[in-house]
Design a protein around this ligand. Structure first.
Ligand code: MOS
Length: 770
């Protein structure tokens, strides 16, 4: 075997933190990364969904006889003949969550426009579409209710959002407002928005006897497996969910939606693999949306800028078929130090499908209101907006009273302001011009919780010196494949090229939903734990092996690097992992680690091959003691033509603290994506809901505007990059959603600075500025 030149021992250089290219980049560029709808299957049949065209009422008649004679037709499922499915109660997000409780094809009732009322399966997609066009549905129609208003008599006050209190009171806001030097009170609104990932949802269901495999576009293979098992009434062990690549999710693939289950039902009925693709139009009704919000915000402060009271009352909509609440006020509870606070959430049931998490649910619309109001207060007080936020900096979490695990928000303000050139800002609205154009500079705080959930991973070392590490997590384009490979490389002492990280299969070790920006924080410790234990086993194997050059050597004297185990002080004395495993007739060494669970004891040697260990037990107590939250500062420059009202975001600076950065390139890309969608939220995105018909009348990408390349200019992303000492030994809190938070407010504040017009209604389209 190669004995080559052995480099002298040095501090091993870490791969973690380096901006290496995506390990899956080549596959993606070559078009070789297969998404759910692209997995080839023999003898596949095609399903299309039939959806209601009324928003409330009953199906009087569903006439399928003509469609049944159409060429290539295999089956038509409606409420008259569909198999019965189990209704699932909500609330168990650890196990799995349905996007919508209402089980489709079980009754003639219609609760919203676009509700699934039939599935047509045929030999080809074209034949299925044609047959579906021949199905005639008549309805008994009732008037839908889709309007919400802040004082709606139909509103109710929900208690919790995934365990977080939605109705919160601290001190006495009424008294504080009465005594305040300065008070502002305004209403802000945000429209219905849709996720619109590039990859629309799709499922291919394949039955083999009683074993079901679904190739699915999902952010949560484990959750989908559990939901499918429950609704179909079959054991979890009989189901495999596979999702190797996802073309964006943004929340609409976080919970399981019924199309995935209907694909499995259809495949069972026709006894063939079935592909069901949700069309772009159907994406507007089949996998959730963000609710419209009406937010009343009142702030009071002393002359010196100290906040004395905050009141944030949100009204949003939910559905008649389930309940999801846009939790706009949760951030308001903790973002600034303020003795008196009232946070209220009202919600109104309307005839739409159920809303669902989307791009920082709560934070994104909630911080548009709060951070716009802060800017209004800054002008009222004549205090610089950055300064006002520093004056009200929260040194501990004001809602829970817990100390922060780590917080560098003041550093973010400073870094961002410096890079942006904030000190050169003339605060007077309309004072900064470039020839005909008005220039505006605005800023806002960014924040998102630092979630972490139990996760596990398996590390395998093969006799050829290669390693495979796997976990049932996801890569939504975020870089999971890459950063987990980096973590494993450092922990195993192997180069990145000799590690394959696998994800996206429900049969792999358990991982949480790729939502809440928690994948890196949750999965990385499990990957590191399994890889480190595997490396220790390699070292012990060498020490115990009489034929090894390291036989009998003390463990501390040994280093590993580049797939080799050797003596620290005598690097030529050692051997490769491959030599060691081969000589010992070990085709594989394998370790599974479960990170950050309450489970107490490691199970050693369950079958003498797989070692299962628990890591991160100490971190459980940290999770109770500290408040984990990421922070940042967003700075926007806009350029507006006063007679056209068109807003261009010409410059953006984002300074972000998310703990340790695992890969500066992929982390930066996530923030770029967040800011881009923040610009969309500020200026373009809006789904119009027709009040008469209860129908979304914006339902394609020609009408639903998102930023394109020409809408996004110069974006500077700065990271604090200091490990969070309490979240895990790795110190990463995860990037993800924080990128969008505060962006819409920063842009709106910049627009005010440019024009003197305070627009409190998103999106800020040209008509609102003329
Ligand atoms: Mo995200 S909206 O938590 O998928």
């Amino acid at each position: 075997m190669s004995s080559g030149v052995i480099s002298p021992p040095k501090e091993r250089e870490q791969v973690v933190g380096k901006p290496i290219n995506r390990v899956d980049g080549r596959l993606k560029v070559m078009g070789a990364a297969s998404y759910a709808a692209e997995i080839p299957q023999e003898n596949i049949a095609h399903a299309v969904l039939i959806q209601s065209t009324i928003a409330k009422g009953r199906i009087k008649n569903i006439e399928t006889s003509e469609a049944e004679k159409a060429p290539g037709i295999l089956t038509i499922l409606t409420h008259l003949n569909a198999p019965k499915l189990n209704q699932m109660q909500q609330g168990d997000i650890v196990k799995g969550a349905l996007g919508e409780k209402l089980v489709p094809l079980q009754s003639d009732e219609v609760f919203y426009d676009g509700q699934h009322i039939g599935v047509v399966v045929a030999e080809t997609l074209e034949e299925a579409k044609y047959a579906a066009s021949l199905v005639r549905v008549t309805y008994e129609e009732e008037k839908p209710s889709v309007e919400i208003e802040s004082e709606s008599p139909k509103a109710y006050q929900p208690k919790q959002f995934f365990g977080e209190e939605l109705q919160v009171q601290r001190g006495d806001v009424t008294k504080a407002f009465a005594a305040a030097d300065v008070k502002i009170e305004q209403t802000y609104t945000t429209p219905i928005e849709h996720h619109n990932p590039m990859e629309s949802s799709a499922s291919i269901a394949v039955w083999n006897d009683n074993q079901l495999t679904i190739y699915d576009a999902t952010q949560w293979v484990i959750g989908t497996r559990n939901v499918v098992a429950y609704t179909l009434g079959i054991p979890e062990e009989s189901i495999r969910i596979i999702s190797h690549f996802v073309g964006g999710g943004f929340g609409c693939k976080g919970f399981t939606w019924w199309h995935s289950i209907l694909a499995a039902v259809a495949a069972r009925v026709v006894s063939r693999p079935v592909k069901l693709m949700v069309t772009r139009q159907q994406m507007f009704t089949s996998c959730g949306h963000r609710s419209r919000t009406i937010q009343q915000l009142a702030l009071s402060a002393t002359k010196n800028g100290k906040l004395t009271a905050i009141k944030h009352v949100t009204t949003s909509q939910t559905s008649e078929v389930d309940e999801f609440i846009e939790p706009c006020g949760l951030t308001t509870r903790m973002l600034y130090a303020c003795p008196n606070l009232k946070v209220v959430h009202h919600v109104v049931r309307v005839n739409t499908g159920n809303p669902t998490p989307m791009r920082a649910p709560g934070e994104a619309p909630g911080m548009f209101a709060l951070e716009s109001a802060l800017d209004e207060l800054a002008y009222e007080l004549g205090i610089d907006p950055v300064e006002l936020r520093i004056i009200n900096h929260a040194d501990v979490n004001p809602h829970t009273g817990k100390p922060w695990s780590s917080k560098y928000l003041k550093e973010c303000y400073q870094l961002g302001a410096e890079r942006f050139g904030w000190s050169r800002r003339n605060p007077t609205p309309g004072s900064m011009r470039d020839s005909d154009y008005l220039i505006g500079w605005g800023m806002a705080t960014a924040t998102y919780p630092g979630y972490r959930s139990p996760a596990s991973a398996k590390a395998q070392l093969f006799a050829d010196g290669r390693a495979v590490v796997s976990s049932a997590t996801h890569d939504l384009g975020t870089g999971t494949y890459t950063v987990m490979t980096q973590i494993a490389a450092d922990a195993l002492g192997l180069p990145v090229e000799r590690i394959e990280f696998k994800l996206g299969e429900s049969s792999m070790p358990l991982a949480p939903v790729a939502g809440g920006s928690q994948s890196a924080a949750s999965v990385a410790p499990a990957v590191q734990g399994s890889a480190q234990e595997l490396r220790s086993r390699v070292i012990r194997l060498a020490i115990d092996d009489e034929s090894s050059p390291l036989y009998g050597v003390a463990q501390e004297a040994i280093l590993t690097e580049n797939g080799r185990v050797f003596l620290k002080n005598e690097p030529s004395r050692g051997e490769t992992y491959a030599e060691l495993l081969q000589r010992n007739n070990l085709p594989i060494l394998e370790v599974e680690a479960i990170a950050n669970t309450a489970a107490s004891e490691s199970q050693q040697n369950s079958d003498n091959k797989v070692v299962r260990i628990c890591v991160g037990k100490d971190e459980n107590s940290d999770q109770q003691q500290y408040a984990f939250q990421s922070f940042g500062a967003q700075f926007a420059e806009v350029r507006i033509h006063p007679r056209l009202g068109q807003v261009r975001v010409t410059r953006f600076v984002s300074a972000i603290d998310v703990g340790r950065i695992l890969n500066h390139k992929t982390a930066r890309s996530q923030i770029l994506g967040g800011i881009t969608f923040g610009i969309g939220m500020a200026l373009m995105e809006e789904t119009v809901l027709d009040q008469q018909s209860g129908r979304f009348v914006v339902r394609n990408l020609a009408d639903y505007h998102v930023p394109v390349q020409a809408d996004v200019s110069d974006i500077d992303v700065l990271f604090i990059d200091k490990p969070d000492p309490h979240i895990s030994p790795i110190g990463v809190r995860g990037v993800g959603e924080i990128g969008i938070t505060g962006v819409a407010a920063a842009v709106a504040n910049a627009i005010y600075h440019a024009t003197g017009k305070r627009i409190r209604e998103l999106p800020i389209t040209p008509d609102k500025l003329l």
